[in-house]
Design a protein around this ligand. Structure first.
Ligand code: NDP
Length: 246
């Protein structure tokens, strides 16, 4: 299928995990893809190469989404290279797991600067620079629907992303732009696996109806659907992609 022919798609945090898998699928649907990364240059370039090997078109662009000037430069580079951006996928994120009493000021700032300010920075650019009729897909987490110790600042940051999504959807309708958020459940990536015991992983996998951890391939096709014109009447929504976890 070529549901994204002639579209240009910017994916933040696409060097690995859900973002890299989404970039691959997006390219396979015919779109040109900007693979943003913050530090993992080799992984980002590998993703670009894999896309090119399959006949797709992609570039890797470094930018820390928490820095407004770097996000402006990211949009400049993308538009200079491909002429426009139709779809913005805000996937970049970090997850700090700590009891609230142990969370430092630095933890709080890193959590909010990447997840909330990062999403804010790219959406502010997109407000005037995304093409008319475009699409924005933000990334929250199913944990905003659960109450799990140690995820306090993480879910607070994702809750803010969901609220920005709802309000921005109303603001962007006049240009035909849709804004939604996906809420993955626990998914087998570096971000999720780091620091977790096999018992903890098994416990969390048992919270969905299928008794397994999600793979990136369970999440990416939903993002591709939301990026396509088939989803044009979906906006302002927070969509669980979690096997009935919550
Ligand atoms: P990974 O850790 O595998 O990938 C995270 C990506 O974000 C990397 O490409 C990383 O790039 C990038 N990134 C981190 N900080 C920045 C920054 N400041 N600027 C630009 N890019 C940045 O994570 P996942 O694939 O698991 O997560 C993707 C999204 O999905 C996140 O928003 C996460 O919160 C969300 N999510 C994940 C779930 C899971 O269980 N995996 C569940 C629910 C939501 P680099 O390495 O170059 O820094």
């Amino acid at each position: 299928m070529n549901r994204l022919n002639n579209k240009v798609v910017l994916i933040t945090g696409a060097s690995k995990g859900i973002g890299a898998a989404t970039a691959q699928l997006i390219a396979a649907e015919g779109a040109k893809v900007i693979i943003n990364y913050a530090g993992s240059q080799a992984a980002a370039e590998k993703t670009v190469q894999e896309i090119k090997d399959k006949g797709g078109d992609a570039i890797a662009v470094k930018a820390d989404v928490s820095k407004a000037a770097e996000v402006t430069a990211l949009f400049d580079t993308a538009i200079a290279h491909y002429g426009k951006i139709d779809v913005l996928i805000n996937n970049a994120g970090v997850m700090i797991m700590k009891l609230l009493k142990d969370t430092t000021d630095e933890d709080f700032d890193r959590q909010f600067n990447t997840n909330v300010r990062g999403t804010f920075n790219t959406m502010r650019e997109a407000a005037t620079r995304l093409a008319d009729g475009g699409t924005i897909i933000n990334t929250s987490s199913t944990l905003t629907r659960a109450m799990v110790p140690t995820y306090g600042t993480y879910v607070a940051s994702k809750g803010a992303v969901e609220q920005l999504t709802r309000v921005f959807a109303k603001e962007m309708g006049s240009r035909g732009i849709t804004v939604n958020a996906v809420l993955p459940g626990p998914t087998n990536t570096e971000l999720y696996m780091e620091g977790k015991s096999p018992e903890m992983i098994a416990r969390q996998a048992a919270l969905n109806a299928f008794n397994r951890l999600a793979e990136v391939g369970d999440i990416a096709p939903v993002i591709v659907f939301l990026a396509s014109d088939d989803a044009k009447w979906i906006s302002g929504q927070t969509i669980g992609v979690n096997g009935a976890m919550a």
